[in-house]
Design a protein around this ligand. Structure first.
Ligand code: NAD
Length: 493
């Protein structure tokens, strides 16, 4: 049958050894202390792989390799650097199935419907094509001078990535870092380091000069912390929780004051005005909170719907979430959009939110419990009319759990939508163009969706957060600004 046939697509990887070493100076190596840690398949709750954990001495080795590689890499033409990234994208393209398999067995992303890795390759090619576009400008505004600005690489840079989009998060940092002439050391998340190691494999395959890209596995402490504190690392780009972002900024401040870019969490509002086209708003709202099992920094987790259409909207959401939110085994199902949550820790965190909601007698409209006896599956959940100051409205849940509240007045809903420490993504549905622009302008968020919601993004548009959701931007022509130092050169005539 078709299921068995498509099952074979990934079955071949079950017999292949899984790479779990560190990639330092162009070679796969064991960690110096020989320490390893296990990766668990969240669908089966069984061990799926074991990987080496980089200790402080391995971080030192990776940084030293990046430092040695920097001068020659920075001297290449931008086009030559871009060409390496085009080759890398082609090599990765051949391994999309393998990466989908590795994401499935480490973080539970459905392999057959995998779309985030192909998306990441488009971003990689976007940056490769932009290699020539990083440069300074000139000024004739001072009599007797021609002044110019130079955009120069930092030197050794670092990236620390989260588990929820494992390969994309690595490429979003590596690509702009490399085209601008930096070298980099990336520490991936301890929960999903497997697919990113394929990026390292492909760097080796295409002959990327040794030490330009180094990839290490490990936890926040000691591995991530050692990178954040390292005196030879001049810039660090971090994506993850606000808590860890704070620790990294502090480590940078207390070491060499390295440049820090942060992409952090969110609690994104979605406002549905009474004139909204519900046939578009409902699926957009459901997709936003279900994508990647709700494990998205940009998920629209707080929905404000106008009281006049609230019943109709909520009824639509109940159906859409149950229909679109069907979960299944990440390796065998050819249709499921959703698998289990990444691990027991995240599963328990979400179950704690449910316990809180029950204790506070909140209205759990659908879901509010686990799904299946085995695996870290969570049922698509709607919590209605929770108080604004409740934990479910304030904290990032990172699961398929949406809060739906009602409103009647534009000013009032804007105040409530903005009443959060976060500011990553906000969206609204209305047919009134003036209202759309008025509200979009006032929303405190790095990205705003009008008649659409997250995950709507575009590689040529900057991505990042207001307020505690971050500092700096990824993607677009602005991304390279964050990977270069700006130098003013004054030339007296
Ligand atoms: P996390 O903060 O727990 O971990 C992220 C990374 O930081 C991991 O590699 C981890 O090992 C490392 N880390 C943890 N503590 C550290 C420390 N003290 N020093 C150095 N490194 C440390 O986050 P997570 O659970 O992997 O990811 C989920 C979070 O990431 C959510 O809050 C989500 O919103 C956010 N996120 C943001 C974006 C964005 O672009 N804004 C994208 C994806 C995820």
């Amino acid at each position: 049958g078709s299921v068995a046939a498509s099952g074979d697509r990934f079955a071949k990887f079950e017999k292949q050894p899984i790479e779990g070493r560190l990639f330092i100076n162009g070679e796969f190596v064991e960690s110096k202390a020989g320490k390893t840690f296990d990766i668990t398949n969240p669908a089966t709750e069984k061990k799926s792989a074991s990987v080496y954990e980089a200790g402080v001495e391995d971080v030192d080795a990776a940084v030293a390799a990046a430092k040695a590689a920097f001068p020659a890499w920075a001297e290449l033409s931008a086009g030559d650097r871009g060409d390496y990234l085009f080759k890398l994208a082609d090599a990765l393209e051949k391994r999309l199935d393998e990466m989908a398999y590795l994401d499935a067995i480490s973080m539970g992303a459905p392999a057959h419907t995998s779309f985030l890795n192909p998306m990441a390759l488009t971003a990689l090619r976007y940056f490769a094509g932009r290699a020539w576009d990083t440069h300074g400008d000139s000024s004739l505004n001072t009599p007797g001078f021609v002044n110019i600005t130079l955009r120069q690489p930092f030197g050794v840079t670092a990236g620390i990535t989260p588990w929820n989009v494992p390969v994309a998060m690595v490429l979003f940092k590596m690509a702009p870092a490399l085209i601008t002439g930096n070298t980099i050391v990336i520490k991936t998340s301890e929960k999903s380091p497997l697919a990113p190691l394929i990026v390292a494999k492909c760097c080796q395959e295409i002959g990327l000069p040794k030490g330009v890209f180094n990839l290490i596995n490990g936890f926040g402490r000691p591995t991530g912390e050692a990178l954040a504190k390292h005196m030879d690392v001049r810039k660090i780009s971090f994506t993850g929780s606000t808590l860890a972002g704070r620790a990294i900024k502090k480590a940078a401040a207390e070491s060499n004051l390295k440049n820090v870019t942060l992409e952090l969490g969110g609690k994104s509002p979605l406002v549905i005005f009474p004139d909204a086209d519900l046939s578009k708003a409902v699926p957009a709202a459901a997709m936003s909170i279900l994508m990647n099992s709700g494990q998205a920094c940009i998920a629209s987790s707080r929905v404000y719907v106008h009281a006049d259409i609230a019943d109709k909207f909520t009824e639509g959401m109940k159906n859409a979430m149950q229909e679109m939110g069907k979960s299944d085994d990440p390796l065998t199902s050819t249709t499921a959009m959703r698998g289990p949550q990444v691990d027991k820790l995240q599963f328990n965190r979400i179950m704690d939110f449910f316990a809180y909601a029950k204790e506070k007698s909140l209205d759990i409209t659908i879901g509010g419990d686990r799904e299946r006896d085995q695996g870290f599956y969570i049922a698509p959940t709607i919590i209605s009319n929770a108080p604004e100051d409740s934990r479910v409205m304030k904290e990032e849940i990172f699961g398929p759990v949406v809060c739906i509240n009602t409103f009647t007045d534009e000013d009032e809903v804007l105040k409530r939508a903005n009443d959060t420490e976060y500011g990553l993504y906000a969206s609204l549905f209305t047919r009134d163009i003036s209202r759309a622009l008025r509200v979009a302008k006032k929303m405190e968020a790095g990205s705003v969706g009008v008649n659409c919601s997250s995950p709507t993004m575009s590689f040529d548009m900057p991505f990042g957060g207001f307020k505690a959701s971050g500092d700096g931007r990824e993607l677009s022509r602005y991304a390279t600004d964050y990977w270069t130092e700006l130098k003013s050169v004054f030339i007296a005539l």
